[in-house]
Design a protein around this ligand. Structure first.
Ligand SMILES: [Zn+2]
Length: 553
């Protein structure tokens, strides 16, 4: 009986393969070194794609059988093909609000080059138009002159245009026009959580410090009008596609509203979104009264009502303002009543069966969160909800074991890429294993690699892979010794992140049934010298079978 069943099944199977092959496909990619990132990390030559999904992978001859008169043939020319890169934690939705003013310094290691970029921007700018770099860089990445930007120098370069150059999330350099546009003078008081630096006679020096100060300045940069905002959203997506990004999880951010999601939602509705976005509901209560409101509203939240292009997956990331930590100011609040407030929200999320991703960095804070989650789990099991911690720079093996028992995942970020030297200054020896990628990888916990762009890191996923493999920051300082292999890093940025964004059935590897989200690279990720990993660029980026980026030849 069993044998007959088996025979019937195998006849059916070969019949369906023949039917599939006879029935030609939309696109084939041939002559590649296709790194599938499947469970066995198999490497093959070619891919057949129909209706946005991969229907077969294999040797050139096998895949050529799928070619028909209408089939688009993409010849990879011997180049390496990998799955599209997925970032498990970034703040790209917010960035569209001011993208047209942004002068991104991602990966620029020469201060002289930044000065030239400002000159070029000034030439192209309308009078009074802002020129900004809202994070994503640090002084320590400049190899020619590791300094910031004094007022006098900025005034000389940009006498008429307001300039604001925000380093990481720590301080902002302004010129005189910038101070004026931000209405900062002798009499301006410090914003909450920030300092407006002043000289002996009380005049602002052009430097505004602290997370609150940085946010205060960023808020002075005007928001885009609706049409501009739409264009910005398209430009952000195109910028990311060109670096190899095909999906990300958005962690929201301070001051965000529905208006921020609108342009992306509209692109998704029109079928014109060239990247996949998974996002979390953000509410950032600071007081018990605000917590009351959040808790009352949780039963109304309905995640997973979107599509595979644009969907809400749950709740996160800065969960209650008073217990929010900052990596570069390691003191944290330990008041039980504040964790109690977060506990009320977390319990409501558990009751509602929802995912939550929370921002936690230092060892002490991780323990507080775990104590709370274990108490909740004892009443209302959370295993299965895939609750996650983001950042985890100081997570210990014991904490990882506790997370595993709760069915949690670990989202690890490459903040040392620009903050590595600063982290060593603040955390000393321990910074060598912050984040402890090797330990997390060996622990077996579901984990993924992401950026936390665009303020506290850069957005280029190949920088993340380079950091994970070499332990170096931009500008070449060696800052982390807890490195992993190239294969492990690639899996962490693709297949593992597919799980983290609840899309493991659809994304993360090149295999039949999954979406055709893939990259053809300008050099071989697996064999290029380690230091070149960060310079790898896609020559082609495909999302859902659609070519969304092609490098100019
Ligand atoms: Zn965070």
């Amino acid at each position: 009986m069993n044998k007959i069943k088996y025979l019937t099944a195998s006849i059916l199977l070969s019949a369906s393969i023949a039917a599939l092959a006879a029935d030609s496909v939309d696109t084939i990619v041939v002559n590649g070194k296709v790194v599938t990132v499947d469970d066995r990390f198999s490497i093959t030559q070619a891919v057949a794609i129909r209706g946005g999904r991969v229907v077969a992978v294999g040797r050139n001859a096998d895949i050529r059988k799928f070619e028909g008169a209408q089939t688009r043939v993409i010849d990879a020319g011997g180049r390496t093909v990998i799955p599209g890169l997925i970032d498990n934690h970034a703040h790209f939705i917010r960035v569209a609000e001011k993208w047209h003013y942004e002068m991104r310094l991602d990966g620029i290691t020469s201060r002289a080059q930044v000065l030239q970029m400002i000159r070029d921007r000034v030439k192209a700018a309308k009078p009074g138009e802002w020129i900004v770099a809202l994070g994503g860089w640090s002084e320590e990445q400049f190899t020619d002159d590791a300094r910031g930007f004094p007022l006098a120098e900025l005034d000389q370069l940009a006498p008429e245009n307001p300039v604001a150059l925000q380093a990481v999330y720590r301080h902002t350099y302004l010129n005189t026009a910038g101070l004026k546009a931000a209405k900062i003078d002798v009499g301006t008081r410090n914003p909450p959580g920030g300092t407006i630096e002043k000289d002996a006679s009380g005049n602002p020096t052009g430097i505004v410090r602290g997370a609150g100060g940085v946010a205060f300045i960023a808020a002075k940069v005007p928001l885009a009008e609706k049409q501009q905002w739409m264009k910005n959203a398209r430009d952000v997506v195109a910028y990311l596609n060109a670096t190899g990004m095909t999906a990300w999880m958005d962690a929201g951010g301070r001051g965000m509203s529905n208006a921020h999601y609108g342009p992306y939602r509209e692109l998704a509705d029109r079928g014109e979104l060239n990247i996949r976005i998974y996002w979390q509901t953000i509410r950032q209560p600071s007081t018990p009264e605000q917590v009351d409101k959040v808790v009352a509203d949780i039963p109304n939240l309905k995640p997973f009502q979107g599509t595979d292009w644009f969907d809400n997956v749950g709740y996160g990331e800065s969960v209650y303002r008073p217990i929010n930590t900052q990596l570069l100011s390691p003191k944290f609040n330990t008041r039980p009543e504040d964790y109690g407030q977060w506990g009320r929200i977390a319990r409501a999320l558990a009751d509602h069966g929802m995912y939550v991703n929370s921002h936690v960095e230092m060892e002490g804070a991780i323990d507080r969160f775990l104590d709370l989650y274990e108490a909740i789990n004892a009443e209302k099991p959370i295993k299965g909800l895939r609750w996650a911690f983001s950042h985890l720079d100081q997570v210990t093996p014991a904490q990882i074991e506790r997370m595993k028992r709760l069915g949690m995942s670990a989202q690890i970020h490459t903040r040392p890429l620009i903050q590595g030297v600063l982290m060593h200054r603040v955390h000393g020896e321990r910074a060598w294993s912050m984040p402890p990628m090797r330990m997390v990888q060996d622990s077996g916990i579901p984990w993924g690699l992401g950026s936390d762009a665009t303020a506290v890191t850069t957005s280029n996923p190949f920088y993340n892979l380079w950091f994970a493999v070499t332990g170096k920051m931009l500008g070449d300082h060696h800052v982390n010794r807890s490195t992993i292999t190239r294969e492990e890093a690639l899996i962490a940025h693709t297949r593992n992140n597919a799980y983290i964004v609840f899309q493991e059935a659809n994304l993360g590897s090149i295999r039949p049934g999954k979406y055709a989200d893939l990259l053809i690279l300008d050099r071989d990720y697996l064999t290029v010298p380690e230091d070149q990993i960060k310079d790898i660029r896609p020559v082609l980026t495909m999302v859902g079978g659609r070519v969304v980026y092609e490098a100019k030849q």
